[in-house]
Design a protein around this ligand. Sequence first.
Ligand SMILES: *Cc1c(COP(=O)(O)O)cnc(C)c1O
Length: 397
Amino acid sequence: MSQSEYWIVRGDRHVATTYGRYPLVAVRGEGCYLFDANGNRYLDFLAGVAVNNLGHCHPRVVEAIKEQAERLLHCSNFYHIPQQIELAEMLCKRSFGDRVFFCNSGAEANEAAIKLARKHSKEKYGEHKHEVITALASFHGRTLGTISATGQEKMRSGFTPVVPGFHYVPFGDLVALRAAVTENSCAVLLEPVQGEGGVNIPPAGYLKQVRELCDELGLLLIFDEVQVGIGRTGTLFAYEQEDAEPDIMTLAKALAGGAPIGAMVAKEEIAASFTPGSHGSTFGGNPLMAAAAIATLKTISEEGVLENCNNMGTYLQQRLVELQERYSFVKDVRGRGLIWGMELSIEGGEIVKTALSKGLLINCTAGSVLRFVPPLIVTRVEIDMAISILDDILKDI
Ligand SMILES: *Cc1c(COP(=O)(O)O)cnc(C)c1O
């Protein structure tokens, strides 16, 4: 029995069965590569699902974690935490925001955003304000509140009744959005680019029009940048490309370079509705995670990461479009920066499995969209490797 088989058999016994896992036992990562327990190397174009934006084990993130681990691992939010303060400053300096609430995941960041939107709107306009409009094919997390916000029926199946007060409209449809607003509406929650829903790019000008609609009707605009924030689309935050600033933004995935963290960034006037006791998280903004996030943000600003993301994004797009021109079952190639989707007229699951067996990690969302979210430090050589593996697979279909 191989080392990998050994772990897979052992894992089958006690680990919860919430994931359909591929037969890969991950033991080490370096840059754009992941290594399994049998010593095989994989080119990682999934990057922990858009988490490892700096690649695996970036030395600056690792160093920051080591240093912080020796100093202070955890401290209650009953006290002041310098790393958390510094991180909040960095996020506000780089965004529209004035205040940051820290938590541990994307779902929690969205929970905080929804709670804040409700509390602020109730205080400002009255107790009836509670409804949140979100998009179909969205993804906002797996807690009860965030599956309620998520515009995908399958995520709620088996878990009803869900949290009331959510309405779903087609992503990109301003008329439908306006029609969904009621006197109880308090916020609109959208991903600037839908990730899990199939890498869906909004029509040009849509998010700006949503911003204007929110201003007109007194609604808060929340952007879920959990997947597309932290450089993924070529700017630190995806909203920067839209001429539309949200009132609240949520972050997680790539924020701490692979360490678990979540953040909700808000404008002062809105953030002020959270008072001591309104909300909290034991680990939120923990010194260790905050130190990892500071190192991540510094590395992004100081090492040309966004520039590489834009350059390599253009190159990846070009190479994917070449495949589209060659294979009739490739319907669409869409994306921004280094989040790309290749929509097929066939199911993509088997392609993902074959790619893994050939040393390339990708995944498939929405049934038929191959998703490419490599580290933002990816090189041309690595993109060429990925395309060549993919080409080999598509050739045989
Ligand atoms: C991954 C994701 C989430 C959920 O994040 P978790 O850390 O898994 O809770 C929420 N929103 C978007 C857009 C995501 O991609």
